[in-house]
Design a protein around this ligand. Sequence first.
Ligand SMILES: Nc1nc2c(ncn2[C@@H]2O[C@H](COP(=O)(O)OP(=O)(O)O)[C@@H](O)[C@H]2O)c(=O)[nH]1
Ligand SMILES: [Mg+2]
Length: 315
Amino acid sequence: MSWLDRLRAGLSKTRAQLSGTADLEGDVQAAFTRMDTIEDLEYALIAADVGRAATEEIIEDIRRIGGGNLQDALMQALTLQLEPDARRAEFRKLGFSPDVGRGRVDPKGHVVMVIGVNGVGKTTTIAKLGQYYMERGKSVMFAAGDTFRAAAGAQLGVWGDRLGVPVVQGPDGGDPAAVAFDAASARKARGTDLLLIDTAGRLHNKHNLMEELKKVQRVVDKADPGEPAEVWLVLDAVTGQNGLQQAKKFHESTPLTGVVVTKLDGTAKGGILVPIVRELGVPIKFIGVGEQAGDLQPFDSRDFVRALFDVQLPQ
Ligand SMILES: Nc1nc2c(ncn2[C@@H]2O[C@H](COP(=O)(O)OP(=O)(O)O)[C@@H](O)[C@H]2O)c(=O)[nH]1
Ligand SMILES: [Mg+2]
């Protein structure tokens, strides 16, 4: 299966939800004369977790586009919502350029710290990212910074063996900052291109997860000044608005440079990407559409929207 087929398959639940609720076959003018089409569309977007504010803007943008096929207009308006604020304003002013939404996923620097609550897919995503960057010629290391859950280090170790990626481990229950420090020092000494640091998603009450993540960040900066240049939050699309609220808390304490949204294959609420972009103001770097190492796609708003509507992509 090509990456595009995987993406299309992964988004099938959200697609079924949208096209099953709203009739997108007609043209824009007709839709605005028979308001029930627009109401169905609003309902479908909200049911897909796009959110009210974005839904209103989407309808406004479709009105602004003013003619042509309704699905085409919806696709343009949705693509716009998946762009960060500044770019969105620019595109509204200048029109829909063909270059809207091209993803850029090369990390700045050499260290990416991966954070998020338990079960969202952090460890799996690190494995997928390792494969992705190795396929593109980068050397990769992992750090097993989730020392709280006994199985977490072993899980990353298995992925490391499978992919041929060295994994820096600490003792179970040990200090994650110590593992991160050792890994960042080793990465620098070896000149490895990329270190991906796994972290805990939950701790005993007496510890504070947010404080610990900050500490991991500080010691990495001590071992290798300026790193981690990237902090990516992994968010499970199935948790929808809940996940978004958690993401905001993480962002307040450990400013994020990117988001990876996982499990888009398991939900009809793929529209959650819109409030993630709007409310977090952080770019989505990758999306996960399955459990295999290849089920990770760099996020590209245009490809995403086209795959969502099963429209053929140009090469
Ligand atoms: N369907 C699906 N499952 C995923 C995806 N990403 C991760 N998972 C699964 O989610 C579960 C938890 O993943 P894990 O990496 O251990 O989460 P962590 O606790 O955040 O490290 C595992 O069973 C993964 O296989 C995805 O994109 N789609
Ligand atoms: Mg894990």
